[in-house]
Write a protein that binds this ligand. Sequence first.
Ligand SMILES: [Zn+2]
Length: 379
Amino acid sequence: MELKAFEYELPVHLIFGAGKAECIGKEVKKYGKKVLIVTGRGSTKRSGLLDRVEKLLEAEGLEHLLFDEVEPNPLASTAEKGAQIARENGCEVVLGLGGGSIMDCSKSIAFAAVNEGKIFDYIYGKKTGKGALPLILVPTTCGTGSEGNCFAVLTDDETKDKKSLRDYSVIAKASVIDPELMMTMPKKVLASVGFDALCHCMEAYLSKACAPVTELFAKEGIRLIGENLVKAYENYEDKDAWGAISLASTYGGMVINQAGVAASHGLEHPASGLRNITHGRGLAALTPVIYKKSIPAAPERFAEIARLLGGKDENELVDILEQLLETLELKTSLGNEGVKMEDVDWMTENAFKVSLASINNHPRVFTKEEVREIYIEAM
Ligand SMILES: [Zn+2]
């Protein structure tokens, strides 16, 4: 087999393991004395994690400030508001506690705290950033993998463009991945984030940009999720399964950092940008439709994914995925999630605006008309 030329650079510092949350205070202390804690309105308060983390910070003599306004599918304005609070209060470190939306918003706050103006000017390359505040990330869901990459997905308040800031300065100084923190997730959340993680690994593996190092992690991520997601879903006591899917989710974040995502993510972002739907549920509606049309373009890759998920060849893959969605009670359509038929033209145009790279990365490069058809089929 001829190996293609590639570059690989991913300076992530992962601290993985049950109980590792105890080191959060010590990790934060390495980077400053005053920390902005970024989280959402509910879950880290309900689970007691926020209290616990505040005590860990205090035990290290650190001053902390709370920004708890992050919403699902975070808006650029929320990140800009958090950044202003960080600046005005002289925060030296940002600590993100939560799921993908919170980690992405934390990254954006760390970035916007040192880069003036509208963050979307940096996302669209009109301006170049000059660093970010040091960042510590603590995921409480196993889906996005944001703790393992340089992406921060935001939605523009006015245009509804949902697109990633990509900047190596927002790679966390440390990501504390403690599977015990994930185990408070409701089942419904686990289903959608777990499927998101699987999609990251599958899409990176399918991507034309996939490099050999990435391939190793992507395939292992698919295997780990295939073997453990349903186990964790059905039994919250199964610590090994929870550990495995937590690790696979981080792998998913790492692999898309190098290989990018492909058509499922490319087409999902317009839907969640416009209608604020849950990312993993949008992927669940779109992925089977997209894969059915894509398999002839790369049968050996799809066959490998099918085998990693316990099947025998590419012809079984869509059935395997649909069965998985069924088990996770995640079978859905875009219409069911709140997307309307009249949105199809906007989403089609927007996909080619915000997701062109992902569309081109996919084994089969869909035309505008084909993308339109996919949206209609997924309704
Ligand atoms: Zn995703």
